[in-house]
Design a protein around this ligand. Structure first.
Ligand SMILES: *[C@@H]1O[C@H](CO)[C@@H](O)[C@H](O)[C@H]1NC(C)=O
Ligand SMILES: *[C@@H]1O[C@H](CO)[C@@H](O)[C@H](O)[C@H]1NC(C)=O
Ligand SMILES: *[C@@H]1O[C@H](CO)[C@@H](O)[C@H](O)[C@H]1NC(C)=O
Ligand SMILES: *[C@@H]1O[C@H](CO)[C@@H](O)[C@H](O)[C@H]1NC(C)=O
Ligand SMILES: *[C@@H]1O[C@H](CO)[C@@H](O)[C@H](O)[C@H]1NC(C)=O
Length: 492
């Protein structure tokens, strides 16, 4: 989509960003902008300085919640993690023992491929579950470090899900299914491949040769982009070489200038040594990154339902699955600090999702049906967690999206239409009274209505001489939400 959409109420014409956002401009004219200004018709140079000026496509900031899927041959042994092969070759005692006990002598990792059948895989059932989890985008491992591709890579002969295993284009099937249900589709893609001989030769030459990037990496990524038009490219496996070796900036310039997804695509920050937390449309920084404070660049918390692994483990125990309360806390604190939450599951070799993962995702979805108003399309507010009650996290709704700085706090020129306060613990005092601090000085200006999402009627509240706000909650048994609750403050 490369359209600029404006709704004018005052016949005001706006040609450039500076025109629209001058401080003295009347911002009541309801400008709705649906595509980034500056990306439009811009030709990005293949260097970070220029690539970093790209504005974040709005859909990604609006979405807040995505599903991450780690699916590859590691789901066949389903033991330890998606790093199974590397740990095994590295001599990990538990894995060597497991292989000795479980598989015939001489069994290789490649022998897992025909055992990955995905015979029960129904992409539209996956998509239904994701829709019902409240997620707005899905990111699938098109290729993990093992090199096995879930699409018919033209350069991964015999080592892809169409030539062997399921004999299906899993990337294509899932892309179609999730798009049909209105979600965005993206791909995870590992730059390196542990045992690709061409990569290993470059590595042996201390990355002074770059055969792998030219003959495998680039063509594969272009095939993925041209054939599946992913809205997200989630890069990984970058840490052995720098971005010069990977030719990352050339790839990104192509992606942003000339690819079929140039206006919509977003990429993360793993493009070579030193790029993490520095470059990219959004930052992942580390796995499960959740800094607990406002970040000044769009970021994403990639976290797992299985607390110890991204790939499926057949021996997962219930205590290793994230509890719903903790999942909600991750989502709420992440969004409050300007992040998105990308929640990972690992499907089985049969092509199913473990019921406990489905149950957790539906728990999130049910919570979002009531409380999602304060999550989707929200922005960070002036305060993230409350200084008096740190179990309370804030977001707000602003009238316009800030293309220059999507995670910025509202400024003077922003019209804040609602403030949301999420609380993770129901107060234990007899009056059912929640006490918070940071909102008080805003409530003292003008008239405000306070409601608990999912329980319509306005709540009684008061501010105290010590600068606190007391909110009298309904009786807990009359409240629809469970595990976490949302107060909505609206100026009236
Ligand atoms: C695994 O089996 C091989 C022989 O098949 C043996 O040499 C090796 O010691 C065994 N390793 C373990 C950890 O049991
Ligand atoms: C996939 O699941 C949907 C919904 O349950 C069903 O209608 C459809 O027939 C299934 N497709 C296949 C190929 O089994
Ligand atoms: C790569 O670097 C190592 C350590 O600096 C060096 O010993 C080796 O000779 C280098 N190899 C090549 C092919 O340049
Ligand atoms: C990247 O790595 C290559 C090969 O090791 C080296 O020649 C080059 O100087 C490095 N570039 C930067 C910017 O560090
Ligand atoms: C929340 O706020 C308190 C103090 O107001 C602070 O110490 C804490 O680090 C914040 N973050 C989290 C994740 O609780």
């Amino acid at each position: 989509m490369r359209r600029l959409i404006f709704l004018f109420m005052f016949g005001f014409v706006c040609f450039s960003p500076s025109n629209c956002f001058n401080e003295d401009e009347n911002i009541n004219n309801n400008i709705i902008i649906d595509a980034p200004f500056e990306n439009f018709e811009k030709k990005f140079q293949p260097n970070w300085k220029d690539l970093d000026t790209r504005q974040l496509p709005k859909w990604y900031d609006d979405a807040k919640i995505g599903i991450f899927i780690h699916w590859g041959l590691y789901c066949v042994p389903g033991f330890r993690s998606e790093w199974f092969w590397a740990y095994w070759k590295g001599g990990d005692k538990n894995i060597v023992q497991f292989m000795n006990n479980t598989y015939p002598p001489g069994f290789t990792y490649q022998d897992f491929a025909p055992m990955f059948k995905a015979e029960f895989f129904n992409a539209s059932e996956f998509a239904d579950l994701f829709v019902n989890s409240g997620a707005k985008y899905v990111v699938l491992t098109s290729k993990h470090h093992e090199g096995f591709t879930l699409f018919p890579s033209k350069r991964s002969f015999g080592w892809n899900s169409v030539d062997t295993g399921p004999h299906r284009d899993l990337v294509g099937d899932l892309a179609n299914a999730v798009r049909q249900k209105g979600l965005k589709f993206g791909v995870y893609h590992s730059l390196y491949e542990w045992y690709n001989p061409i990569y290993l030769e470059d590595k042996k030459a201390n990355f002074t040769t770059r055969h792998y990037a030219g003959s495998k990496l680039w063509p594969d990524l272009k095939q993925l982009v041209n054939d599946y038009k992913p809205s997200v490219i989630w890069s990984d496996g970058d840490w052995e070489a720098n971005d010069t070796y990977w030719k990352s900036t050339d790839l990104l310039a192509w992606l942003y200038n000339d690819s079929p997804v140039r206006d919509e695509v977003v990429v993360n920050d793993r493009w070579g040594i030193g790029t993490s937390c520095k470059h990219g449309d959004f930052y992942n920084c580390e796995d499960r990154y959740n800094p607990g404070k406002l970040q000044n660049h769009k970021w994403e918390n990639a976290l797992t339902l299985d607390l110890t692994s991204w790939g499926y483990r057949r021996n997962i125990a219930l205590r290793e699955v994230i509890p719903i309360e903790r999942l909600l806390k991750e989502v709420i604190s992440t969004v409050s600090c300007g992040g998105n939450a990308l929640i990972n599951i690992g499907p089985t070799k049969e092509g199913t999702i473990a019921p406990i993962f489905a149950e957790r995702l539906l728990g999130l979805g049910n919570w979002l049906k009531i409380n999602g108003e304060g999550i989707y399309k929200s922005s960070p507010w002036l305060s993230q967690n409350d200084t008096f009650n740190d179990n309370v996290w804030y977001t707000c709704k602003k009238q316009r999206y800030n293309y220059q700085k999507p995670t910025a706090k509202p400024t003077e020129v922003d019209i804040v239409t609602a403030i949301y306060a999420f609380f993770l613990k129901w107060p234990t005092n007899d009056e059912g009274m929640l006490v918070i601090n940071d909102i008080t000085k805003h409530l003292q200006k003008g008239n405000w209505q306070v409601v608990l999402l999912g329980n319509g009627e306005p709540l009684h509240w008061e501010t105290t001489v010590t600068g606190k706000t007391k909110i009298y909650l309904p009786r807990r048994e009359r409240v629809n939400s469970r595990h976490a609750w949302t107060l909505k403050f609206t100026p009236v």
